[in-house]
Ligand binder design. Structure first.
Ligand SMILES: C[S@@+](CC[C@H](N)C(=O)[O-])C[C@H]1O[C@@H](n2cnc3c(N)ncnc32)[C@H](O)[C@@H]1O
Length: 310
């Protein structure tokens, strides 16, 4: 399929194949058959707008770290699925709430702030929801809200929106009037802005989870929250990402992913926790590692999953 004078041909065309492969290698974004036309149109439009005649030149310039960073980021942005909402998966947030409560009880003299990492946070709704849950739980226990959230996404545009923290009123309908009043200011008839009492707990950063160089998580995290992002990656890549993330967890850290995103695979060094309505894991302690062979756990979950599928 030749789509314009720039002659980007779909399917068998080598240039197009190279684009697809490079995008997936660099970002994990897969250009499935149903999205090929969208990519072709996008590339053609950008080449026209930037007056490129040869797709090879456009490819080389876009991949040039110095010259093409802006263009590459814009291209990738157009291909990402950034669907999100406040309190998107209540059972997972309920898990976080219980985890905070338990944590406070167990470490009553704890002085260190708790750190969470929201990965693939899109336009920020997930990180703000987490902040509300954590802050409310801490306040209920009479604690000073000592926590920080690092929220990252590959999309610079989404991170810009997250930092602005302005949301249409219709996006906030799931939030009670009390919480809305406490954490949002009404900007005009249609929009609300997140208040500083929530914002100051969150640091939004644009970062590619496949890029090892990212400096944002030098600190160890108490909880990693990664929902509805892994689903866009190939299975082997999901496992690689999770295995890497484990090294960012505290020795008693927890990790939550979207339901079904890891299937029956139990990441090394972690064990799945209850309830089953969420896909949550905790780091296995040294005693647990020796007490229970990992196969036993995998088999347990494998059986459960298999039963659920029947
Ligand atoms: C469907 S949204 C999920 C948003 C949020 N986690 C939720 O559950 O509502 C997936 C997000 O993952 C981000 N993403 C995709 N590939 C990524 C990568 N390689 N590194 C970081 N973020 C990525 C996308 O930009 C998008 O904002």
């Amino acid at each position: 399929m030749v789509i314009n004078s720039n002659s980007i041909a779909c399917n068998n065309d080598q240039s197009f194949w190279l684009w697809k492969k490079t995008i997936e290698q660099r970002t994990g974004v897969r250009i499935t058959a149903d999205r090929e036309n969208a990519l072709v149109s996008l590339l053609s439009r950008r080449m026209d707008e930037l007056h490129y005649e040869d797709v090879k030149d456009y490819f080389a310039d876009s991949l040039d770290d110095a010259k093409g960073a802006g263009e590459w980021s814009q291209l990738v942005d157009s291909l990402l699925i950034k669907e999100t909402s406040f309190f998107r998966h209540p059972p997972s947030l309920g898990y976080v709430e219980n985890w905070i409560e338990r944590n406070i009880k167990a470490k009553s003299k704890r002085r260190r702030p708790i750190w969470l990492w929201s990965i693939g946070c899109a336009s920020g709704e997930e990180a703000y929801s987490l902040a509300i849950v954590v802050k409310q739980a801490m306040e209920r226990r009479g604690r000073k809200a000592a926590f920080g959230i690092v929220a990252t996404d590959i999309s610079r545009k989404a991170i810009g929106e997250a930092r602005r923290g302005i949301y249409a009123a219709k996006k906030l309908t799931c939030i009670s009037a009390v919480l809305k009043d406490k954490y949002f200011d009404q900007v005009d008839d249609h929009n609300y802005r997140v208040k500083d009492n929530l914002r100051r707990h969150i640091c939004f950063l644009s970062s590619n989870i496949l890029d090892d160089k990212s400096p944002m998580v030098r600190r160890k995290m108490d909880l990693i929250y990664c929902q509805n992002m892994l689903v866009y990656f190939r299975r082997w890549q999901r496992r690689e990402i999770i295995t890497k993330l484990i090294s960012h967890l505290q020795p008693d850290g927890h990790m939550l992913v979207g339901l079904g995103e890891l299937g029956i695979w139990v990441p090394p060094g972690l064990e799945r926790t209850v309830p089953k309505t969420v896909q949550a894991y905790k780091v296995r302690t040294a005693q647990e590692e020796t007490a229970k062979p990992r196969e036993e756990i995998i088999t347990g979950f494998a059986l459960e999953q298999a039963k659920r599928r029947c």
